[in-house]
Design a protein around this ligand. Structure first.
Ligand code: AP5
Ligand code: ZN
Length: 211
């Protein structure tokens, strides 16, 4: 199963990816998570990416494409993968097409999680993430039974630097301008599947089961 998860910030890509990864046992490749690891580790890429991320802007295509070429050629992607947060621009999608064709691989589906802007703002302003295992919570919609600690591993829950309302609104407008053209790009290839992101958190899994 080779799938791209597309959708605005806060659509639930990370949340739904967890269920898909468990069912299909394929790597969940999130460019946002990879970049946050680089920031945490203080790498050169992390230093370059941080200011774009904190401002809610996209990290330049050439940095992202180089990072993904490296990741996809690591050998664990031959039997499937779930891409979350990549591609995010038409040049990134074209670079991915080229890379997959070099590897002799084809995409099975591009699942678009649709969620209204105001729901995104509500979701992201209440999101909390586990510092140790990355589990995703929400103060009202999906609170941890252990309060400020992760239910799964006991780690600290924190709020992402880009989950402030002004930055959330910037991320949304960047999505509408730079990422939403990918809907037409993948629709033209017959790969796009629209899923309501305002319902259950296993909607993507159900969609993939029906392919
Ligand atoms: P990234 O980390 O990819 O952020 P994003 O796309 O903005 O997506 P999020 O992680 O914010 O949301 P999500 O859809 O995963 O939602 P979640 O499941 O957490 O990117 C961050 C930054 O990195 C970018 O701004 C950019 O700077 C850079 N970047 C990354 N990739 C790049 C690329 N390819 N090119 C250039 N730059 C790049 O859910 C959100 C909340 O809602 C949670 O609290 C959750 O509990 C709750 N929730 C989820 N589903 C439901 C539901 N069904 N009902 C109720 N609540 C729900
Ligand atoms: Zn945890």
């Amino acid at each position: 199963m080779r799938v791209i998860l597309l959708g605005p910030p806060g659509a639930g890509k990370g949340t739904q990816a967890a269920a898909v990864k468990e069912r299909y046992r394929i790597p969940h490749i999130s460019t946002g998570d990879m970049l946050r690891e680089h920031v945490k580790g203080g790498t050169e890429l992390g230093r370059k990416a941080k200011e774009f991320m904190d401002g809610g802007k996209l990290v330049p295509d050439q940095l992202i494409i180089a990072m993904m070429e490296d990741r996809l050629s690591q050998g664990d992607c031959e039997n499937g993968f779930l891409l979350d947060g990549f591609p995010r621009t038409v040049p990134q999608a074209e670079a991915l097409d080229e890379l997959l064709s070099r590897m002799g691989l084809q995409l099975d589906a591009v699942v678009l999680l649709e969620v209204a802007d105001e729901v995104v703002v509500q979701r992201l302003s209440g999101r909390r993430v586990c510092r140790s295992c990355g589990a995703i919570y929400h103060v009202s919609f999906h609170p941890s039974s252990k309060g400020d600690l992760c239910e799964a591993c006991g780690g600290d829950l924190y709020q992402r630097d880009d989950d402030r309302e002004d930055v959330i609104r910037r991320r949304l407008s960047v999505y509408h301008e730079q990422t939403s053209p990918l809907e037409a790009y993948y629709d033209a290839k017959g790969l796009l599947r629209r899923v309501n992101g305002e319902g259950a958190t296993d909607a993507v899994l159900r969609c993939l089961e029906g392919l």
